[in-house]
Design a protein around this ligand. Structure first.
Ligand SMILES: Nc1ncnc2c1ncn2[C@@H]1O[C@H](COP(=O)(O)OP(=O)(O)OP(=O)(O)O)[C@@H](O)[C@H]1O
Length: 664
């Protein structure tokens, strides 16, 4: 069946609620039209709203059924190239369905407002692999709900201590749960007191304190699991094997060395260091902070990452927990070997030619390989008969890459899943150009510096730059390396040459979990004036939109600090004169990083160049790195450094051919 016929060419109401359409135009542009993946979503995913539905919910309430007797929930895959607008493509149907169902349920139970009943029991979860992406997605969702008044929360590791303080441990007692003995803990959100965007914060409150209502929670699977089961839940898993298991785990992590992006993603179970790994101390657990019984929608963004060998256990455990909380238990199963993602590459990048060999391996060989692989102590065979997983909620997976193993997994466990795929999937966006820099084999950093200066020379020729007559901003450049050590070395080299830069590896001290300031100036913020807006303002727009009832629930301290409505949006004055701001020698115009920033993040249109200076580990890795520019139809260029001639050039030649095949 061709799903691509007669697709909508505009965002209109209906099928979308008028408030959603208005916000789409605010976020994008009044003239914006749906991208291909958004058109598919509008046609097949959006539960149409009909005029009057919002105003006369009583009529609709007649048709409402309970969770138990609803039609089976839907399962979808949205797959399209990088920068093609997947976030809005999945947020719109989800937000619309939440609003419509809220209106219907309100009518059903008009006496009790749904918000006060719900507490911290969201109706939708959005999962993302990094806290940076979670923040950006929640900011986009917040920008879409100003008029329909849904509540979106970003839950990141941010404001919570990573280890309990002495008092908490004493209160908890050995192996105890803090909640029971240290008084009742209720979860409240503090939106303004940390200047960040809706961070989750646990506060001690008296009995009867109203819980804050929330519709959508966005976060990493690990953070959400901590909120659901209580922080420290994964230590049961770690300690099940005793000290020997901890020792083995430490060794495995060390073996990954600095090539690994191990700390970049909030996956779990996590290795605990120092005192935290001492049995006894490590038994500390906090109380659960979030219920799952109301969850109607789960979005798995970057699905091939969240189902890969690092994340899949936590992701699937969370899905199983939601099912259980909703009264339809779906067992957490061991996956058969053929449906597991291959283990990530180890010490050195795997030459691309070996991928073919890898593919040719029989299932038997793969099993042996996995059994021997570090990090996989036991290779278990899954059930021989596969029973589809019918989760009692709508499940929407999305990605710009759908590898074979994921496709097989979905065929086996989600046979009724509707796949909405853009024709350009697994290709570079059409607006993205490629360029090859022939690395001489000498000082690569010097080659990179030369190419950077060429970028700005071209800008200057176009009238862009720091001068008073400037027609616009200088380009920003995102550089991808494979190793954290290379990130640091290149950063130092460029700094010495007078080029300001931000070296950001997964383990950088500057990568704060509590905010996204380390990305300031490089990522795009939702809204028309977004690129000019400082990051701090992400939260303020949301504070402004809370109902009076919700404001009541902010602590006195938070309220005192909250911006009065009249002042929002807060636009901070940029104290740097334009000449300085625009000068790559004064303000960083270069960010150097590894693949951990290659997933999902929507970089500013000022990032017109991505430099890939080390051989990409795979073509999937390449697609995601390159796709940080040339987004939403903007022009972009990916510059690939490789040894193109002479000895040792075979690898780069091979990559060049493979990249050519990705050009649409
Ligand atoms: N219909 C549209 N018209 C113009 N711009 C759009 C449209 N839809 C989305 N955009 C913009 O395109 C950019 C990329 O969107 P988004 O981040 O959702 O892409 P994506 O497909 O999820 O990319 P990735 O695979 O890298 O995660 C955003 O800045 C977004 O505001």
């Amino acid at each position: 069946m061709d799903l691509g016929n007669d697709l909508p060419t505009n965002f209109t109401s209906p099928p979308l609620l008028p408030g959603l359409v208005n916000c789409v135009f605010d976020v994008l542009d009044k003239l914006a039209t749906p991208t291909k993946i958004q058109a598919l979503s509008l046609k097949y995913l959006v539960e149409p709203w009909t005029a009057g539905q919002e105003n006369t919910p009583e009529e609709d309430s007649m048709a409402v059924s309970t969770v138990a007797d609803r039609q089976p929930y839907k399962e979808y895959l949205l797959a399209s190239e990088t920068g093609s607008g997947k976030s809005i493509a999945y947020l719109l149907p989800m937000l619309q369905a939440l609003k419509v169902s809220e209106v219907r349920r309100l009518a059903e139970n008009a006496a009790t407002p749904i918000a006060s009943k719900r507490g911290l029991n969201p109706r939708a979860l959005v999962l993302a692999p990094t806290h940076e992406l979670a923040r950006q997605l929640s900011a986009t969702a917040k920008a879409l709900v100003h008029e329909v008044k849904l509540r979106v929360l970003c839950a990141s590791r941010a404001n919570l201590p990573t280890r309990p303080g002495a008092e908490e441990r004493a209160a908890a007692g050995k192996g105890g749960r803090r909640g029971s003995s240290a008084g009742r803990m209720k979860a409240l959100m503090s939106f303004a007191d940390d200047g960040e965007m809706g961070e989750f914060e646990v506060k001690e409150t008296g009995p009867g304190t109203p819980a804050f209502p929330v519709d959508v929670v966005v976060g990493t699977p690990m953070k959400l699991m901590e909120m659901v089961r209580g922080r420290g839940w994964d230590r049961d898993v770690e300690f099940a094997g005793g000290p020997a298991a901890i020792y083995e785990m430490e060794k495995r992590e060390e073996a990954k060395g600095d090539l690994s992006d191990a700390d970049s993603k909030d996956k779990g179970p996590k290795r605990r260091r120092g005192r935290d790994s001492i049995p006894g101390v490590g038994e500390w657990r906090s109380s659960p902070e979030m219920g799952l019984s109301q969850v109607e929608w789960v979005i798995v963004d970057e699905a091939d990452v969240l189902f890969d060998s690092d994340f899949q256990e936590t992701t699937r455990m969370l899905l199983a927990d939601i099912a259980k909380a909703r009264g339809h238990e779906v067992p957490f199963i061991t996956l058969p070997i053929g449906l597991l993602a291959p283990a990530p590459p180890k010490a050195e990048p795997v030459p691309l030619s070996s991928r073919a060999k890898e593919k040719a391996k029989t299932a038997e060989e793969q099993e042996t390989a996995i059994a021997k692989a570090p990090g996989k102590a036991v290779a278990k065979r899954g059930p021989s008969v596969i029973t589809p997983l019918n989760y009692p909620f709508n499940l929407l997976l999305t990605s710009a890459s759908v590898p074979n193993w994921l496709s097989k997994y979905l065929n086996a466990y989600h046979p009724s899943l509707l796949r909405l795929v853009s024709p350009n999937l697994h290709h570079l966006p059409k607006s993205l150009k490629t360029e090859w820099v022939n690395w001489s084999g000498g000082n690569k950093s010097a080659d990179i510096e030369r190419r950077l200066r060429k970028v700005w020379a071209a800008d200057a020729a176009d009238g862009l730059g720091p001068g008073p007559e400037s027609l616009g901003d200088m380009s920003k450049v995102l550089i991808f390396c494979n190793k954290n050590s290379h990130v640091e070395d290149l950063g130092t080299f460029l700094e010495e040459k007078g080029i300001k830069n931000i070296p950001l590896s997964a383990k950088s001290d500057t990568r704060k979990r509590g905010n996204s300031k380390h990305l300031e100036g490089f990522i795009r913020l939702p809204g028309r004036q977004a690129t000019e807006q400082p990051l701090d303002d992400w939260s303020s727009s949301w504070v402004a939109d809370e109902d009076a009832e919700e404001e009541e629930m902010l602590s006195v301290k938070a309220k005192a600090k909250a911006a009065p409505r009249a002042l929002v949006p807060i636009v901070k004055q940029n104290i740097e004169p334009p000449a300085v701001k625009n000068d790559p020698m004064n303000v960083p115009h270069v960010m150097i990083t590894t693949s951990f920033l290659s997933r999902g993040l929507d970089f500013s249109p000022n990032v017109k160049h991505v430099f890939i200076v080390d051989d990409p580990r795979s073509m999937v890795d390449f697609l995601h790195r390159a796709g940080r520019t040339g987004r939403a139809g903007e022009n972009g260029k990916v510059v690939i450094f490789g040894k193109m001639a002479g000895r040792g050039s075979q690898q780069s030649q091979r990559i060049k051919k493979q990249v050519k095949a990705l050009v649409a």
